[in-house]
Design a protein around this ligand. Structure first.
Ligand code: 9MR
Length: 372
């Protein structure tokens, strides 16, 4: 039989993709994070809509293979789940619950009360009674719907300033400083079978940590349930604050609650506020400087990042009795929020899997911490 040249190309393409499929099933030889750390803590990842709906081919096999906990990156935030006063949109959140059940993963729902990503109708609400009504209705409706279906809630997210005082959010302004205790009280009532957490970034830093400790003690003193605290963990690969992290694990665990690392990523790019670089960030030269690894991550940076991840996981293992979960903020480098923040359109490499969803040097260095 005569094969036309075009058909020929098609056959080659087909056999290449079959070969690729073979390669990815061979990936089952890759160690599994959730297996390796199964006696230590849950290993989580944040999922976007594509991934929840299993439309991102790179993550369909990888996520259930590597992770036993999932956090919705955006779909359970206020603006999305309650876009109007009487308008709730549970579609993708429900899909996440089904997805997690199918793969035997725990859902950490994120998040009930946060100053950011609020629905437009309530952003500029002036009337304190209306804010109170929104607050009660939002927590009660959303938390009760998922009680027994999600494992835990980030009840309040990012309520603190860097100096440990309360952030001047619409909730503080209209409801007063007891609003956090009230959020946990409402969540406890609506979701009696769900763990309740406080989540924030930089709470490993001494002043902010002290604010978080005071907040947690206040909730406990009111006789309201709080089960854990999430240290987000958005750090840079070359400045991970190891000492402060260790001090925080000890201090939070001493409050009798779970400690978690909930949004871990170690970015490798300069930030506009890193020293002098801020000044040049508006020039063409500056832009190149701010986005130096568009083609690939240099081996030296990959190695330093791998070392930083290994140091962190060694610390987490030391405190595995206190730490219940470590969640990465995203599955793979290509979908990380850090490609778009604080400067849009950059190429960052903060996670354990690369843009082809293959394990990086940092992945293997994390796995190795269990062998030491
Ligand atoms: O990763 C999230 C990104 O897709 C959203 O655009 C952003 C909106 O504010 O929120 C990101 O996730 C944040 C998380 O919900 C709370 N802590 C900080 C995270 C990174 O900004």
């Amino acid at each position: 039989m005569l094969i036309k040249p075009r058909t020929h190309i098609l056959i080659i393409a087909l056999s290449c993709s079959l070969f690729d499929a073979g390669k990815s099933s061979a990936q089952t030889n890759t160690p599994s994070l959730k297996e390796v750390f199964k006696n230590d803590f849950l290993i989580g990842t944040a999922l976007n809509t594509q991934q929840i709906e299993e439309k991102d081919s790179g993550t369909v096999v990888l996520v259930p293979q590597q992770f036993n906990a999932v956090t919705p990156e955006n779909v359970m935030k206020a603006a999305i789940i309650q876009p109007g006063w009487n308008d709730f949109n549970f579609k993708v959140a429900d899909e996440l619950v089904d997805y997690a059940a199918k793969h035997n993963m725990k859902v950490n729902a994120h998040t009930l009360i946060w100053h950011s990503q609020l629905p437009p109708f309530m952003r500029h609400m002036q009337n304190a009674d209306s804010v109170k009504e929104y607050f009660q209705k939002h927590i009660t409706t959303v938390a009760s719907r998922y009680d027994g279906k999600v494992y835990s809630w980030d009840v309040v997210n990012e309520a603190l300033n860097e100096d440990g005082t309360l952030r001047n959010s619409i909730f503080l302004q209209k409801l007063g400083e007891d609003y956090i205790v009230e959020a946990f009280r409402l969540a406890q009532k609506a979701a009696p079978h769900t763990k309740l957490y406080y989540n924030d970034y930089n709470i490993e830093q001494p002043a902010k940590r002290a604010g978080a400790i005071a907040l947690i003690k206040k909730i406990q003193a009111a006789g309201v349930r709080i089960d854990g605290v999430g240290i987000q963990g958005h750090w840079k690969y070359n400045t991970v604050p190891m000492h402060d992290i260790e001090e925080s694990i000890k201090a939070f665990a001493a409050l009798g609650i779970e400690v978690m690392f909930t949004e871990l990523d170690l970015g490798v790019l300069p930030n506009p506020w890193d020293g002098k670089t801020a000044e040049v960030s508006n020039t063409a030269e500056g832009n190149d400087k701010m986005n130096p690894y568009t083609k690939a991550l240099p081996d030296s940076v990959a190695a330093a990042q791998a070392k930083a991840y290994a140091d962190l996981f060694s610390l987490f293992l030391k405190y595995n009795q206190s730490i219940s979960r470590v969640t990465f903020w995203g599955v793979a480098d290509g979908v990380s929020w850090l490609n778009g923040w604080p400067i849009r359109g950059r190429t960052n490499y903060p996670l354990l899997f690369n843009r082809q969803y293959k394990p990086k040097t940092a992945f293997y260095s994390v796995i190795k911490t269990k062998e030491n």
